[in-house]
Design a binder for this molecule. Structure first.
Ligand code: ADP
Ligand code: MG
Length: 696
């Protein structure tokens, strides 16, 4: 058939309406989509074995002749077998096909075939079940390196591969998208060659060339797009002119002496803010290193100059906590602190919005509601984003647009998740970095234990002991979608739903801790209930808080010395590290108990990694290795376009090459106005479709 890039898949032989629907689930509706659906892996089917030489129990190609007519037998309803013996000069192979009765007619006695499957051996008998096969004189899926695609129910790899093969000739019409000069300088293969070889590589070398070109291309567009973003920053002009103020006046407000690291970072932020240039600073510090004090200091500086500051937190619980602690800290100095979250009443929000507009609030704390919902500030000079990885490039760009008075607000991004270097370079390449590499004095490391269900009673005893000593404890359950028949921890089904969190808390109260004061906290509670639960726990009124991961980031109750995490294997390592950071925030020796019923060795190993180190960097690297950058940051929370081939965590060399190429291209043609650079501009625009602002 003569397909073009726009040919709908329904025009392909064998694709009816039902299949087309399934393909659409993968986002595939035209030939061009197929070509852009890169394999996730490859199978080397080049070597063709004789029956005797074929290694056992791995998928290989075997060339053999059908020695008989296939035999079809119906074992029972719903189970049909086709059996056939095939031979070569070294021996015989017995094939069995399940529920593929058409094979009876597809294989002909006396004909030569290539069979691809795993050879099993019992004694000298050789068998193979459900092999893929084709005639030896018409090979297309054997004798070569085969692509392995991501699939969906009802779409086989074989189908996708054969559709893609038919679509491949359209690649010939594909215009080259990389400027000639870039391709030459970086020795990149041509577009058509790369597309063909990424799907059906001629050999390993061609595959590597293809992969290099396509991954480079992705990183290159990413780098060009990010560089546009940075340029916008350059054009922002002056930063809000925050006047200097004696630091001692702030330190008098603090209930503790800052660590040297905190003090240094405060100075770095202050220097930025009085410099006349907009601050763009990332503060990295492990959980509990005391980042909040830095934010408070920056906000206090702004208020001193008659400016406003905004702090954005990833959850309402955290926003409320920051609100409480910042009010307590700063109100005595006359700083008016306000709270704005998405779930406040319309009237409540309206009141805060107008107070912000009229300059009656100096420091507002909130969730995303702060950037959405048309909040206008009178004199916004500072935005603090707590727990950065939910606050990427795109969001920062959106906020930069909120500056009043022709000056840009200063931006302080605070993160407790150390990011591997490559990734940091991409996401925060335009930020200056401060590190709080020191914990407040007197902290003892958190002892972490991985335990199985059989220790549950002992663990409850431990909770009681801590509470008797005057401490408090968290018990964390995974937040799982509503599921009425989910079981309690320790019972057969591991999943816990919200109702179960409640039921579990009630059961604990009744059967295990009748004499203790238990509280409960989960995401579906009303904001007011959440706030009440949180403040009851921080005041010590409740002794044990049964919660979902809403307490994951930032929640700070120094008297809590024990955290128990149910179904711990269901969390990522970085998340567990964050959760663990809820304790060990005061003077008391602290403990973290990870309960798991997992049978997976891998999961156990991950939990033991966590138990063996409190080094956030090491943990995030392990996490990244295990889950890849996408999952690591959660559902694209980094705000960056998705990469298909480029490995953001691994392709360091290629990334710096792509950045170099982007830089020199933009130096020659800053607007990408030249005709040969137009395709780049188009592609970057597509890639950043979710960040339209960057092309203003
Ligand atoms: P994080 O970096 O995780 O946001 P926080 O700012 O929440 O850390 O601080 C953790 C705890 O340590 C808080 O209870 C805070 O009051 C306390 N803290 C912060 N800095 C110091 C310090 N220099 N000395 C003693 N306690 C401190
Ligand atoms: Mg914090």
């Amino acid at each position: 058939m003569d397909a073009t890039l726009e040919t709908p898949l329904t025009d392909f032989p064998g694709v009816g309406e039902a299949r087309a629907k399934k393909l659409e689930k993968l986002g595939l509706s035209t030939a061009a989509d197929l070509l852009a659906w890169y394999p996730r892996d490859y199978e080397d089917r080049r070597k063709v074995y004789t029956v005797a030489e074929a290694p056992l129990e791995e998928r290989v190609c075997v060339a053999a002749m059908a020695a008989e007519h296939p035999r079809l037998s119906r074992i029972r309803k719903g189970l049909e077998l086709v059996q056939v013996k095939v031979v070569d000069h070294t021996g015989a192979l017995h094939l069995t096909f399940f529920n593929q009765s058409y094979i009876e007619r597809a294989i002909r006695a006396g004909e030569e075939y290539i069979f691809y499957g795993a050879v099993e051996g019992q004694g000298r008998r050789r068998t193979m079940v459900n092999p893929i096969f084709e005639r030896a004189d018409r090979q297309s899926f054997t004798g070569r390196i085969m692509p392995v695609y991501r699939l969906t129910a009802g779409i086989s790899n074989h189908l996708l591969a054969s559709l893609t093969r038919q679509a491949l000739p359209c690649a010939e019409g594909l215009p080259e998208t990389l400027p000639q000069r870039v391709r030459q300088e970086h020795q990149l293969a041509a577009a058509e060659f790369s597309l063909k070889n990424i799907h059906f590589p001629q050999d390993e070398e061609s595959l590597e060339l293809a992969r290099r070109r396509l991954a480079f291309e992705e990183l290159f567009y990413l780098a060009v797009g990010l560089s546009f973003l940075k340029d916008r920053r350059g054009q922002e002009g002056a930063g809000a002119p925050v006047p200097p103020r004696p630091k001692e006046d702030f330190l008098k407000l603090l209930p503790f002496t800052p660590t040297q690291a905190q003090s240094r970072v405060m100075d770095e932020a202050a220097a930025d803010m009085v410099s006349g240039r907009p601050m763009n600073r990332l503060v990295q510090g492990d959980v509990g290193s005391g980042k909040t004090a830095v934010a408070a200091y920056a906000g206090w500086l702004c208020a001193g100059g008659g400016f406003q500051a905004a702090l954005m937190a990833p959850t309402e619980v955290l926003a409320e906590q920051h609100y409480r602690s910042l009010s307590a800290l700063l109100a005595p100095a006359g700083v008016r602190v306000g709270l704005l979250t998405g779930s406040m009443t319309a009237a409540g929000k309206k009141k805060i919005r107008s107070a912000l507009e009229f300059g009656e609030i100096d420091f507002v704390v909130g969730t995303h509601a702060l950037i959405s919902e048309g909040v206008a500030f009178r004199r916004l000079a500072l935005i603090v984003a707590d727990e950065q990885h939910r606050f990427g490039v795109a969001q920062r760009a959106a906020l930069a647009a909120k500056s009043g008075e022709g000056t840009a607000p200063h931006v302080l991004v605070m993160s407790a998740t150390p990011i591997p270097r490559t990734l940091a370079l991409i996401i925060y390449g335009d930020l200056d970095v401060s590190v709080i590499d020191q914990l407040p004095p007197g902290r003892t490391p958190i002892a972490t234990y991985v335990v199985r269900e059989d220790k549950r009673q002992r663990m409850y005893g431990f909770v009681r002991k801590q509470v008797e000593e005057g401490r408090q404890a968290y018990i964390i359950c995974p937040a799982v979608e509503e599921n009425p028949d989910a079981a309690l921890p320790g019972e057969e089904r591991p999943a816990l739903n919200l109702k179960a969190v409640k039921t579990y808390a009630e059961k604990l109260q009744k059967e295990v801790f009748p004499d203790l004061r238990l509280g409960i906290l989960h995401g579906k509670m009303k904001p007011r209930e959440k706030e009440a639960a949180m403040s009851a726990f921080s005041s010590g009124e409740t002794q044990v808080l049964v919660a979902t991961t809403v307490v994951e980031v930032g929640v700070d109750v120094p008297n809590a010395s024990l955290i128990i995490i149910e179904n711990a294997d269901r969390f990522g390592l970085s998340q567990l590290h964050q959760l663990r950071g809820r304790v060990g925030r005061g003077q008391h020796p602290s403990h973290c108990v990870l309960i798991t019923g997992t049978r997976s060795r891998e999961a156990m190993e991950r939990l033991h990694t966590l138990a063996s180190t409190t080094d956030g960097f090491k943990i995030s690297e392990e996490d990244l290795k295990a889950r890849g950058p996408g999952d690591f940051f959660g559902n694209r929370q980094h705000g960056l376009p998705q990469m298909k081939l480029a490995d953001l965590a691994g392709d360091m060399r290629l990334l710096s090459e792509a950045q170099e190429a982007a830089r020199s291209l933009l130096e020659r043609d800053p607007q990408l106005a030249g005709p040969e650079n137009r395709p780049v501009w188009e592609r970057v625009r597509q890639l950043f479709a979710d960040t339209p602002d960057i092309f203003n």
